[in-house]
Design a binder for this molecule. Structure first.
Ligand SMILES: O=C(O)CCC(=O)C(=O)O
Ligand SMILES: [Fe+2]
Length: 355
């Protein structure tokens, strides 16, 4: 079966788009990291603080009997929501954040030992979207797919086990939560698991879902208005479950409104609709454009769990949602084909598969 790593292998990335800045060694934002102020990519462009509830993403309690309807509304209007009562313990969230902090606070030369390979998918480095932008992001990341042992051993030859145990446990809990959420999302689209007549989704929830864990670090920045933490993008996943530390930084784009900050809520997880769910829902749910901005005094961490379909499966608008007067908006294609298109064309990928 094709894995996500194999799907990325054909798209080597140049080393200067993998190696992060040694943030400890700079006093000012270097020109290579200064983003233009005048366009939509400007880090300070049109941001709304969610002081008004109309400008904040919905908060959904997973145990609420009306959760499916609320999920549908959130995914149709925002493409994102904050999830509470999700059953992932606050201890585990603290542990995963603590381990991520421990990793990113290592000296730069130590982190470089676990650098992602040019044609690799896992390890330490800049975000994969880096080559699409003229300027570099104020960010360093660490990607895990399955076991983190090989890279963790490079970072801590003798004491890597605690890191691996926490990451394994977190991925196990995230997978179980993602499977619950997938069923809720199908229910919200009025599709029962039995009606899911193509195998990929059933397949995904039962065995081969393509998943990845992404640890993100945004060091404090001498001039946050000039720098960009993570440039605007949509996730390729079905959906992403994100834990953010208690520093503001995540923003989502809402048409006609602009960039809206997603306030950290203790123990809530942010769920973002990704491209695959957008395709599957025949664009009823939208894959949310989001970015991360940086802070002058506090560094910020986030931990993203990407839940996708198996790379070898087919994705298309669900048959339940097309037919009765509704035409499919996207053609059917293999998930790995879509991953490849995204790696080559980023935000143009969806338009390339429109019918
Ligand atoms: O740091 C964040 O809040 C966003 C992270 C993100 O969008 C990603 O890892 O894809
Ligand atoms: Fe993202």
């Amino acid at each position: 079966m094709t894995t996500l790593s194999e799907a990325y292998r054909d798209h080597p990335i140049h080393l200067h788009h993998i190696i992060p800045l040694d943030f400890d060694s700079v006093q000012a934002v270097p020109d290579s990291h200064v983003w233009p102020q005048s366009d939509k990519y400007s880090p300070s462009s049109g941001v709304l603080l969610p002081s008004d509830e109309h400008f904040s993403i919905p908060i959904i309690d997973l145990m609420d009997p009306t959760a499916a309807a609320r999920v549908r509304h959130a995914c149709e209007t925002w493409g994102a929501f904050q999830l509470t009562s999700h059953g992932v313990s606050s201890c585990l969230l603290e542990d995963v954040e603590h381990e991520a902090r421990r990793l990113f606070s290592l000296p730069a030369r130590q982190k470089m030992k676990a650098l992602r390979l040019p044609s690799g998918a896992t390890g330490y480095g800049l975000a994969r979207i880096s080559p699409f932008f003229n300027k570099f992001m104020w960010h360093e990341g660490f990607t895990i797919m399955g076991s983190s042992a090989d890279h963790a051993r490079e970072l801590w030859p003798y004491e890597y086990k605690r890191f691996c145990d926490v990451m394994d446990n977190y991925q196990t809990k995230m997978k179980a939560l993602a499977e619950r959420l997938l069923l809720l999302i199908l229910e919200s689209l009025d599709i029962s698991k039995e009606e899911m007549n193509y195998s990929s989704l059933v397949h995904a929830s039962e065995k081969g879902a393509c998943t990845a864990l992404q640890l993100n670090n945004y060091p404090s920045c001498p001039n946050p208005n000039q720098a960009m933490g993570l440039a605007p993008h949509t996730d390729t996943s079905l959906f992403t479950i994100l834990h953010q530390s208690d520093t503001m930084g995540l923003q989502i784009f809402q048409d006609g409104v602009g960039w809206v900050s997603v306030c950290p809520i203790a123990n809530a997880l942010v769920v973002n609709v990704g491209d695959l769910l957008h395709i599957l829902s025949n664009a009823r749910f939208h894959s949310v454009l989001h970015r991360a901005v940086v802070n002058q005094t506090q560094h910020r961490l986030s931990i993203a769990y990407f839940y996708g379909l198996p790379a070898d499966s087919q994705v298309s608008p669900a048959s339940k949602l097309v037919g009765s007067g509704q035409l499919p908006i996207y053609r059917s294609l293999m998930v790995k084909e879509y991953i490849k298109m995204k790696a080559e064309h980023l935000d143009k990928a969806l338009s390339l598969i429109r019918i």
